[in-house]
Ligand binder design. Sequence first.
Ligand SMILES: [Zn+2]
Length: 81
Amino acid sequence: MEEIRLGDLIQTRKGHPCGSDRWTVIRIGADIKIKCCGCGRIVMMDRAEFVKRRKKTIEQGPVPEAETLRQMTGQSEGGTP
Ligand SMILES: [Zn+2]
């Protein structure tokens, strides 16, 4: 499965009623939260649903998904020298 990064700019198969079909990923994990680039509306869905709706990733976020998830859990002790 393709990676889902925080900050990804994605295009959905179906456009939003506001006319935009671009969204920014603002939360990842078990649930994915995306924000409409047209009207700012935030939608939450599970991972499988997100993958179904996503047509393509236009611009990938800067931090690898695994790294973001590791930071989110707060169990990063022992990681740095
Ligand atoms: Zn919208």
